[in-house]
Design a binder for this molecule. Structure first.
Ligand SMILES: CC(C)(COP(=O)(O)OP(=O)(O)OC[C@H]1O[C@@H](n2cnc3c(N)ncnc32)[C@H](O)[C@@H]1OP(=O)(O)O)[C@@H](O)C(=O)NCCC(=O)NCCS
Length: 166
């Protein structure tokens, strides 16, 4: 199993994953649900690649790296790392977001992928802890974070705020 950064060589597999991913599932948002391969190749993929070194983006936009989890030749999930916190991210989505393909869930990919992602995030983020936010009713995601050393640092009506010490 490996994490591979988003790239043009894997465009087809990345598009298949992206276009099938729901627009919003438990707070993991995907504005590209249903996008055509033509549109993905022409505009979406270059934009997503550029987010690591943003150009002409608004002030609030934090550099973001997109990774895919591969098991052999099968793309099984997506993991995003936002490079540092802003006030909005601190109170909101935090550093890392992820999603595993529906037909691949419950097989340990979420847990294994987050481990690999946290290892990378530890080398990028300046904060002393990795922040994540999980819906209260998202038991699977809570387990994935707890199994990666997270603790619950706070909560609101609908979310648990989790942190993984570096
Ligand atoms: C959350 C998600 C990433 C988990 O990925 P996964 O690959 O299924 O996770 P794992 O297989 O590593 O399972 C982790 C734990 O959750 C449990 N689990 C998996 N699916 C579950 C479900 N639907 N309900 C309850 N527990 C579940 C597993 O049994 C495992 O628990 P265990 O260690 O006690 O056996 C995946 O369900 C997903 O992509 N969900 C939609 C997007 C999302 O919620 N993203 C997170 C936003 S914070």
């Amino acid at each position: 199993m490996e994490l591979r950064k988003i790239n043009t060589a894997d465009a087809l597999a990345q598009w298949e994953f992206t276009t099938a991913l729901p627009a919003d599932e438990n707070g993991f948002t995907n504005p590209y649900h249903g996008v055509s391969y033509e549109e993905y190749s022409r505009t979406v993929l270059p934009a997503l690649i550029s987010y690591e070194h943003p150009v002409n983006m608004p002030d609030w936009f934090v550099p973001e790296s997109v990774y895919y989890l591969w098991d052999g030749d099968c793309l099984v999930g997506e993991f995003r790392i936002r490079h540092h916190l802003t006030e909005a991210l601190r109170e909101g989505a935090g550093h890392i977001g992820y999603s595993i393909r529906k037909d691949k869930r419950g097989q340990g990919y979420g847990t294994a992928g987050l481990k690999l992602t946290v290892d990378i995030a530890k080398t990028i983020v300046p904060e002393t802890e990795i922040y994540l936010r999980v819906n209260r009713d998202n038991t699977a995601s809570q387990k994935v974070t707890l199994k990666n050393g997270a603790y619950i640092s706070g909560e609101d009506e609908t979310h648990l705020f989790m942190r993984i010490p570096k």
